[in-house]
Design a protein around this ligand. Structure first.
Ligand SMILES: [Zn+2]
Length: 322
């Protein structure tokens, strides 16, 4: 189904052919229809000269999570197919319409990352999920799905993985930057459905949505490269460090009836002590300023950016480092 692309080399079935030692960029469907423009996505493929794993790197399943796109682009640009073992396929903006318009969701207002493995006759999100899952993901051996914090939240660099799966945990450890946050992921998410289909899968999340953060882009690019070293796709004399696992973690939320103007007083990656003042929420009608304090000691691995907040809104994700 890889049907189009400039200077495409197509086989008899109309599929793209990438020769050993070659890098290619093309579009998956290339349909010139009204709806086709929403479903189509770019594919970057690098085929190595030696046998090895087939790694997929996906980004911007949530279209506003733009750091993921730049990480994916740099990973592909930095690969030398002549020195590669196996195949790297990068989907640099799966939700391409969302990436162009800074929109987390698809034009049908659905979350693509709850739509896998998808259906050929479902909603737009489901059709796109099916095209990606069946056409590009299912036949790979490993997957890294790149994300950032959602909406007005930011995340400390973290690898999310089902730690019950030894191969996936090894892959997460090999990322070498950030902290491992255990969890299976929600039903319909790419990482969970891919793992169930036998593809060793992890998510990497770092920074906020909407804006490019150079440090996070560099870290993410370095981490994906470390995974490629771990998988034997790239040779390196340097053995990267292993990422550590986050222990028990919890969210600190806006207490009932205390919504208002939220100003954080700590940063991502800060180690906080029990009872430490983390931020304030001020009611602009009563002028009552409410203090948000840490309930336990730990590392701040996720937090809301400064904004108007209502009762129950998650402000700080704090966990212990093992
Ligand atoms: Zn996301």
């Amino acid at each position: 189904m890889f049907r189009s692309g400039c200077g495409a080399t197509l086989n008899n079935e109309g599929k793209q052919v990438v020769a050993p030692g070659e890098k290619k960029k093309f579009t998956y469907l290339g349909e010139r229809t009204f709806e086709g423009a929403f479903v189509d996505f770019a594919v970057f493929a690098a085929r190595g000269v030696k046998p090895g794993p087939t790694l997929r790197v996906t980004s911007a399943i949530h279209g506003d999570e733009v750091n993921s796109v730049e990480i994916a682009r740099r990973v592909f640009a930095g690969v030398d197919a002549q020195a590669l073992a196996g195949t790297l396929i990068v989907l640099p903006a799966v939700n391409s319409s969302g990436f162009r318009t800074a929109n987390r969701y698809l034009p049908d207002r659905r979350d693509l990352n709850r739509s896998f493995p998808g259906s050929a006759n479902g909603s737009l999100a489901s059709i796109l999920a099916k095209a990606e899952f069946s056409g590009v993901i299912r036949d790979c051996t490993h997957l890294i799905d790149l994300h950032t914090g959602s909406n007005l939240r930011t995340n400390y660099p973290q690898i999310r993985v089902d730690i019950e799966h030894p191969g996936a945990l090894d892959m997460a450890r090999s990322f070498g930057v950030g902290i491992i946050v255990p969890g299976g992921g929600p039903q319909g998410s790419l990482r969970r459905e891919a793992l169930d289909a036998g593809v060793v899968s992890i998510i990497y999340e770092a920074g906020p949505p909407y804006i490019f953060v150079e440090d996070e882009i560099e870290r993410g690019t370095y981490g994906v490269r470390n995974v490629m070293i771990h998988l034997g796709m790239v040779v390196s004399k340097v053995q990267p460090e292993q990422s550590k696992i986050l222990g028990k973690s919890h969210w600190i939320r806006v207490p009932r009836g205390q919504g208002g103007i939220y100003i954080p007083l700590v940063k991502l990656g800060d180690v906080v002590t029990e009872g430490q003042l983390l931020g304030t929420v001020t009611d602009p009608v009563t002028d009552q300023a409410n203090e948000i304090r840490a309930t336990d000691a730990g590392l701040v691995v996720g937090m809301a950016l400064s904004q108007v907040v209502l009762s129950g809104y998650g402000l700080f994700h704090v966990g212990e480092v093992k």
